[in-house]
Design a protein around this ligand. Structure first.
Ligand code: KG4
Ligand code: ZN
Length: 354
C-alpha cells in the first residue's frame, strides 16, 4: 500500500510517500520561514498563497523521488486540522482532488496524531501503550496512547504552549523568527546562575503546564538592563533550563502515575537538544524507554501525515468526497479507525490493496 501524505497546516509545504512494505520512500519539504521572517511571525494569507504555488511541484518531486506514478498510489492523506484554515484548505483541496481524479480514497488526518505517531517512522518504533509528551508551537500536552485514535490527555498547558513561550521569549531577546531554534542556539553560550526564573506548576500537584508567567519573568528580569550578547545568552540559558526542567518534572510525575514504560516525545520543541538529553537521563533513572523521531520529523512534515493516514486507510477508514479542514479540533475527540469507518462514497473507493 502506497500513501501520499500532504501537510500544509501552517508555514511548511510538505509531501511524502509511505509504503507499507518499504517504509518512507520520499519526503519533500518547503519552508516558508524566509517569507514570514520579515514580519516576525506567520502571516496566514501569505502562507495560504505560498502553499498554492509550491504544493503541486512538491508532490511531483516526491513522486519522482519514489519512482511512483499516480496508478501506484493507494490513497491520499492530508492534514485536515488543527491549523490555519486557509493553509489547511489548500492541502485539503489538492489532496481531495487528486484522490478523486485517481479514483483513490482520501483521508483527513489530525495534525497532532501525525506528530504522536512520527516516532513510528523510525527503525526502532515504540509499541503501544506509551506516554506521549507533545510539545509544539500550538500545543503542550501529556497523553496516554493505547493505540491509533486511543488518546487520553492527562496534562495540558493552561495558557501558552511550550513552543509559543520559546518564540515569544526569543522575540523579547530580539531574535529572528522562528525563535525556538534561535533561542536554543543562543542558550549554548549562556551561563547559569545569573538569572533565576520560576519552574511553573512544578510545586503544585497535577500534570498541567503554564508557560505565560515565564515570559513575564523574562520581561521583569531584563527591565533596565543593557541586552548585550552575553546577557541575552544568560537569559536564554535560564529560560531554556526552566522550560526543560518543568517538562521533565511533569513527565516524571506522569510516568510514575501511569506506570507506562515508554515515553515518546513529539512536536517541534522535541527537537530541542537540552530537552532530549534531560529526558534521556530521566529514562535511565526510571528504567523507561525514551523515544523521539529524528529532529526533522519533530517539526512539521508530511512523512508523519502519510504514516498516520496509512494506518487509518489500512484499517479500512476513509472519508467521503468532502474537503475537510478544521482550524480547531481537539485531539481527544478522535476515535480508533474501526469506529469511524468509511462513509458511503468513500467505501466505494476503498484502498486498492488494504
Ligand atoms: O510542531 P511544530 O513544527 O509546529 C507546530 O505544529 O506548532 O513546532 C514548532 C515550534 C515552534 O514554536 C518552534 O520555535 C519550536 O517548535 N522549536 C523549538 C526548536 N525547534 C523548533 N523550540 C525549542 N528548541 C528547538 N530546537
Ligand atoms: Zn506541528
Amino acid at each position: 500500500m502506497l500513501v501520499l501524505g500532504i501537510e500544509t497546516s501552517c508555514d511548511e509545504t510538505a509531501a511524502a510517500l509511505y509504503d507499507s512494505e518499504r517504509g518512507l520512500v520520499a519526503h519533500r519539504l518547503y519552508s516558508q520561514v524566509p517569507l514570514h521572517a520579515q514580519y516576525g511571525g506567520v502571516v496566514p494569507e501569505l502562507a495560504s498563497r505560498d502553499h498554492v504555488q509550491k504544493l503541486l511541484p512538491l508532490i511531483d518531486a516526491a513522486m519522482r523521488d519514489a519512482g511512483a506514478r499516480p496508478n501506484d498510489i493507494s490513497g491520499v492523506a492530508y492534514t485536515a486540522g488543527p491549523g490555519l484554515i486557509g493553509a489547511l484548505l489548500v492541502g485539503a483541496s489538492v489532496a481531495r482532488s487528486l484522490a478523486f481524479a485517481w479514483s483513490r480514497p482520501a483521508i483527513g488526518v489530525h495534525h497532532l496524531e501525525g506528530h504522536l505517531l512520527a516516532p513510528m517512522l523510525e527503525a526502532e518504533a515504540p509499541e503501544f501503550p506509551f506516554l506521549a509528551l507533545l510539545v509544539s508551537g500550538g500545543h503542550t500536552l501529556l497523553a496516554t496512547v493505547a493505540g491509533i485514535g486511543e488518546y487520553e490527555i492527562i496534562g495540558t498547558s493552561v495558557d501558552d504552549a511550550a513552543g509559543e513561550a520559546f518564540d515569544k521569549t526569543a522575540k523579547l531577546l530580539g531574535l529572528p523568527y522562528p525563535g525556538g531554534p534561535a533561542l536554543a542556539r543562543l542558550a549554548d553560550s549562556g551561563r547559569s546562575g545569573r538569572f533565576r526564573f520560576p519552574r511553573p506548576m512544578l510545586d503544585r500537584p497535577g500534570l498541567d503546564f503554564s508557560f505565560s508567567g515565564l515570559k513575564t519573568a523574562v520581561v521583569v528580569a531584563t527591565r533596565g538592563l543593557t541586552l548585550d550578547e552575553q546577557t541575552r545568552a544568560d537569559v536564554a540559558r535560564e529560560f531554556q533550563d526552566a522550560v526543560v526542567e518543568t517538562l521533565v518534572g511533569k513527565c516524571e510525575r506522569a510516568l510514575r502515575q501511569t506506570g507506562l514504560e515508554t515515553l515518546v516525545v513529539a512536536g517541534g520543541v522535541g527537537a530541542n537538544r537540552k530537552l532530549r538529553t534531560e529526558l534521556s537521563e530521566l529514562g535511565q533513572r526510571l528504567g523507561v524507554r525514551v523515544m523521539y523521531p529524528r529532529p526533522e520529523f519533530c517539526t512539521d512534515n508530511a512523512a508523519m501525515i502519510a504514516y498516520a493516514g496509512y494506518r487509518r486507510l489500512a484499517a479500512g477508514q476513509c472519508d467521503g468526497l468532502e474537503i475537510r479542514a478544521t482550524a480547531r479540533w481537539p485531539l481527544d475527540t478522535l476515535q480508533p479507525p474501526c469506529a469511524e469507518r468509511a462513509d458511503a462514497v468513500g467505501s466505494e473507493l476503498g484502498p486498492r490493496d488494504a
